[in-house]
Design a protein around this ligand. Structure first.
Ligand code: DC
Length: 749
């Protein structure tokens, strides 16, 4: 069995730093489970989980995790094939990861993936529930703690190193306390020390001191550090026996040749029972061994009896090697690179030479081992793939067979295992892939089994990332690009361009008009065309309005204050009239600017849809506002109409009120008091009637008429030609009701 170390503890206690060092020193793998919860938090945002109302979020919102793939490769974490190592390291993602980690469906899936990843490998895993849930049988469990202040100071330092600034200490302490509370009080697998965990308080210890403490504990548990390497090989060899994959690979990589079979049978007879036991104990396939050349044996031709029957098969030339552990094995010519003839063999291998080889085959019955120099070279060169992994390289390999746990591929003579979880195909489609070629990325070098572990998903992600970089490099400011709205924020919309590249369409760049609510203009999924207005290493700034006609600019370029404009009425409300002046340009005519006359109602003259002539009295570019006036138009009829008392005018009824009739004549409006009605007492809008001017006062915008003959007093004032006296008289009259006015008239007489 492989060894496992579980390190749990609150955020900022130093778990990941320490876990990485220990994994490195002990030649094991490091698995950061917190990163997996962060990746799920990121995906939750992407699939649209609504974090604005946390109380409404349920397990159902996380159903997507069951089809989500999270993989570690070359020190990076891949979410469904996309490298998200940087995206998940933000304060927002920390708190969202803590939040999503309380949902059962999320935990079940991640614990399953973590246990799968940890299976059969030496691993240091850090998190919150590793000792309690993920690896309850871990060989060593550490619960690493530190005081909130120390943790906050560490976090602040980290942030400053990373981005040059950080929130104040109190704010960080508050965040840490909130996260601790959330992580340790959730119902499922809360952060808690396993009963058999060793607690280490790192508040006043250096990283090295914590590492040393853990390594000592590791030793104390019987896992001797000096032997770790051997131990790895032993444990992995043990797994070889357990795993079906290894069984099948053995068949694939070690095909017995006729000579080998013969060697086996030759040695079989000699093998004693103790030797058999020894063989099992000290020889492991794929193990690197050293020894001394004992003899170089020539090839032997086939032997037949006189009946022509083969009694001894032909045998290739070979080298007999005595290993340092006293076991013996054969190194056949075909297991030596560039050995084309027996001369080569005799030239290169001389009895007494020391040789380093790999055990290719162990016969359980104690037969001589099969050794290989080619496999040794392969094992050595396999290490070069670590650089390919670190550089995120890929290669094309041929699928040679399907095994229980995935596909076996061949690349340049190297055997590669592609686990099912790393293939971009359904399980039932795997068989059909045999014989095809596919692009894969190495994700781990397995020296013990001389093979590579590869991933098609990671290769796809690397390719996608490369395509993304090439695409970004091809962009320049001014380019017009098409994309799809992916996410809406208050400050703008994220638009996905080609190859998953995202740009920000700031709210101020959506339309020429001010956009208050983005949702009113754009929705997730909308296709948009934008112009690139900003481009740097991190951001792509987009503008949609740059491609839209700028109606305001067109309007403002040709309009100025004082211009007469004609437009269609779009709306009449209690504040005034909205008028369409040009495409997407509306002007506003305030009620007070409609007419000089008092008590004039717009609705009495116009309705929505009517055309109306006005004058621009204000243009405000910053607010894109046009204010209009009708009364200030130069053709103000009050300036041109000339009337004298007694003149007869043709009036058109606007409205009848209890006190009289509002009418219009010659473009101005006037009033016929009810006391001055003639025979006609009912007036419908549009009714025409003739009346005599009683008062025309253009300075006060007043016109009063009568159908009745004027009263004697009024006649007297009229004759005196005193407009202001007449005005006073009429105003009083208007104030009084007809009966009372008549009474006064009579009284006067
Ligand atoms: O270790 P970290 O800060 O990257 O973890 C992020 C969150 O994920 C943490 O607040 C709690 C959660 N988490 C968890 O619940 N179980 C784990 N094993 C690891 C992390």
């Amino acid at each position: 069995m492989a060894w496992k170390i579980a390190i749990d503890g609150p955020a900022g206690a130093g778990k990941s730093t320490v876990a990485k060092i220990i994994a490195n020193q002990l030649n094991g793998e490091y698995l950061d489970t917190g990163a997996m919860y962060r990746a799920i938090a990121l995906k939750s945002i992407r699939v649209g989980v609504d974090f604005s109302d946390l109380s409404a979020i349920t397990d159902d919102d996380f159903e997507f995790v069951n089809s989500t793939d999270v993989v570690f490769s070359g020190g990076d974490i891949y979410l469904d094939g996309e490298c998200v190592s940087d995206l998940i390291r933000t304060p927002d993602m920390s708190s969202k990861a803590s939040f999503v980690s309380k949902f059962g469906v999320v935990r079940t899936r991640l614990v399953y993936l973590q246990q799968l990843m940890a299976k059969s490998i030496n691993v240091v895993m850090d998190g919150r529930d590793i000792g309690t849930v993920v690896l309850p049988d871990a060989d060593l469990k550490i619960f690493l703690i530190a005081s909130p202040v120390v943790r906050a100071e560490r976090r602040q330092k980290q942030l400053i190193e990373k981005s040059g600034s950080a929130p104040d200490l109190d704010t960080i302490i508050q965040e840490i306390n909130a996260r601790d509370l959330q992580d340790s009080t959730r119902a499922i697998s809360p952060l808690k020390k396993a009963d058999d965990a060793v607690e280490i308080d790192s508040s006043y210890l250096s990283i090295d001191e914590v590492v040393q403490k853990i390594l000592c504990l590791f030793k104390e548990r019987g896992l001797i550090m000096e032997d770790v390497k051997t131990l790895n090989e032993e444990t992995k060899d043990a797994e070889v026996k357990e795993e079906a994959v290894e069984q099948e690979e053995k068949v694939e990589s070690v095909e017995e040749s006729s000579q080998e079979t013969e060697a086996k049978s030759e040695e079989k007879a000699e093998a004693k029972s103790e030797e058999k036991a020894e063989a099992k104990a000290d020889a492991k396939e794929m193990q690197t061994v050293e020894g001394v050349v004992v003899e170089v044996q020539q090839s032997e031709p086939e032997k037949t009896n006189k009946n022509g029957e083969v009694v001894k098969k032909a045998r290739e030339a070979r080298v007999l090697v005595k290993l340092d552990n006293d076991r013996e094995g054969f190194l056949y010519m075909k297991e030596i690179a560039d050995c084309e003839s027996e001369e080569d063999l005799f030239f290169n291998y001389v009895p007494g030479d020391r040789v380093k080889l790999v055990v290719k085959k162990v016969y359980e019955d104690g037969g001589k081992l099969l050794l290989s120099q080619i496999l040794l070279a392969k094992k050595e060169s396999l290490k070069d793939f670590q650089k390919v992994i670190d550089d995120h390289g890929t290669f094309t390999a041929k699928v040679v067979k399907l095994i229980k746990v995935g596909l076996i591929l061949e690349y340049n003579g190297y055997s590669c295992l592609l686990p099912t979880s790393q293939v971009n195909a359904k399980e039932e489609e795997l068989e059909g892939l045999v014989g095809t070629e596919m692009e894969v990325a190495p994700i781990r070098v397995d020296l013990n089994r001389i093979r590579l572990i590869v991933s098609q998903n990671v290769a796809n992600a690397i390719k996608a990332r490369e395509e993304k970089s090439v695409y970004i490099a091809s962009l320049k400011v001014g380019d017009v690009v098409k994309g799809t709205v992916k996410k809406l924020e208050e400050y703008g919309a994220f638009v996905e361009l080609e190859h998953g590249v995202e740009g920000l369409l700031h709210v101020s760049e959506i339309e020429h008009n001010r956009v208050v609510k983005i949702e009113k203009v754009l929705n997730v999924g909308d296709a948009v065309e934008c112009k690139i207005i900003k481009l740097d290493e991190k951001h792509i700034g987009l503008s949609r309005k740059a491609l839209l006609p700028n109606y305001w600019k067109d309007f403002i370029d040709s309009a100025k204050v004082g211009d007469e404009v004609e437009g269609e009425i779009a709306e009449i409300n209690k504040f005034g009239v909205v008028i369409n002046l040009a495409t997407e340009i509306q002007g506003f005519l305030p009620k007070s600017e409609f007419a000089y006359e008092r008590d004039v109602q717009v609705e009495d003259f116009y309705k929505v849809g009517d055309s109306i002539k006005t004058m621009i009295i204000q243009l405000d570019s910053s607010k894109k506002r046009v204010i209009l006036s009708k009364k200030q138009l130069p053709d103000n009829p009050w300036n041109t109409v000339q009337l004298n008392t007694g003149d007869v005018v043709k009036c058109v009824t606007l409205k009848q009120l209890p006190t009289g009739v509002k009418f219009t004549t010659l473009g101005i409006t006037g009033f016929l008091n009810a006391v001055n009605y003639g025979d006609k007492t009912e007036f419908a809008p549009g009714d025409e009637f003739e009346a005599k001017v009683r008062l025309y006062d253009p300075k006060q915008y007043r016109l009063t008429v009568t159908v009745k003959e004027p009263r004697p007093r009024e006649e007297r004032i009229r004759r005196s030609n005193d407009v202001s006296e007449m005005s006073k008289y009429l105003r009083n009259q208007e104030k009084m009701n007809a009966t009372f006015a008549d009474f006064l008239e009579k009284d006067e007489k």
